[in-house]
Ligand binder design. Structure first.
Ligand SMILES: [Zn+2]
Length: 311
């Protein structure tokens, strides 16, 4: 099981969703290709052997290099209200490292993250502080049991993911304390350059299943984070386009019943109960309080589905 993304250090030069798909498929060509020293592509011998010589493009000159083979697809943990981790109680226990609230490795630190993201996180926070924003880590790795406690203790609808469904359980997601709106803006502009994607941006509740959380970041490497940022898409949208890029479980192995919630009478179009939007999200009940993002719950003209709308 490879739930932790390998860091990808190539600089993202792609723009637009098409390029994003090409990038993550490992089939980027021309300027979007990674530097040779960081190449991770190598065709398995069987693949090379299976390719008959006649497959060379007729227009290619004799001196042209053979086309780059596709890299094996790297799969990332895909969680949302309907999808759990491949093992519901998964914990990256052997790769967790303790850090302080600035991301500096510290055996007495209050937080834990996957070792692979400690340095990018420390550098991101240092860059934010250098820019005048005193951000710090509010929450990082949370175990299944931690998430269950948080879920049970949270009153606001849809504020916490059900245990087994949280990116925090991967060890590669963090919540930052952002003291000002300027800090929020800075983070949304600069997180990608450090390899972090914003999982829950504004206006995407119906896609992500959660309220906007400008403080919630997930490390996916600079190439993918850059491509997501440029295209304005979320990781969830990538997974929907490319299900082979994500991996998740079906929640049946979750020890607690609160990890599963069926839709009952709630339809895909959903309903409003005051400011609270609930709808059937791929077979699981999703709930978001639109008031958390200063919005109201309602129906757009000519739209069937309910959504969080401008007040
Ligand atoms: Zn979070």
């Amino acid at each position: 099981m490879n739930l932790v993304p390998d860091p990808i250090h190539a600089i993202a030069r792609a723009s637009g969703w098409t390029c994003l798909i090409a990038l993550v498929a490992g089939c980027a060509t021309g300027p979007a290709r990674a530097a040779p020293s960081e190449e991770r592509r190598s065709a398995p011998p069987s693949e090379s052997a299976a390719r008959p010589p006649a497959q060379a493009a007729p227009s290619a000159s004799p001196a042209a290099p053979p086309p780059a083979p596709e890299a094996p697809v790297e799969r990332l943990g895909w969680v949302n209200p309907a999808r759990c981790l491949t093992s519901c109680t998964y914990a990256p226990s052997t790769s967790l490292v303790r850090i302080d609230n600035q991301g500096v490795a510290d055996d007495a630190g209050a937080h834990q993250v996957d070792r692979s993201i400690q340095e990018p996180l420390r550098v991101l926070i240092a860059a934010a502080r250098e820019a005048g924003h005193s951000v710090r880590i509010e929450s990082a790795f949370r175990s299944y049991a931690d998430q269950a406690r948080l879920y049970r203790g949270t009153k606001q609808a849809g504020r916490a993911a059900r245990p087994g469904h949280s990116e925090h359980q991967l060890g590669t997601a963090v919540d930052l304390r952002l003291p000002t709106s300027a800090a929020i803006e800075w983070l949304s502009e600069h997180a990608a350059a450090h390899g972090f994607a914003l999982s829950y941006p504004e206006g995407k509740q119906r896609i992500t299943g959660y309220r906007p959380e400008p403080w919630h970041l997930r490390y996916v490497g600079t190439t993918l984070a850059g491509a997501l940022h440029q295209s304005g898409r979320t990781l969830e949208e990538l997974f929907r386009e490319r299900p082979d890029r994500g991996e998740s479980g079906n929640c049946e192995d979750c020890p607690l019943s609160i990890s599963r919630r069926r839709c009952g009478a709630v339809t895909t179009a959903g309903k409003c109960t005051g400011t609270v939007l609930s709808w059937c999200y791929d077979g699981a009940l999703a709930t978001v309080d639109c008031a958390a993002s200063q919005q109201r719950c309602g129906q757009k003209p000519d739209a069937d589905a309910y959504d969080c709308l401008a007040p």
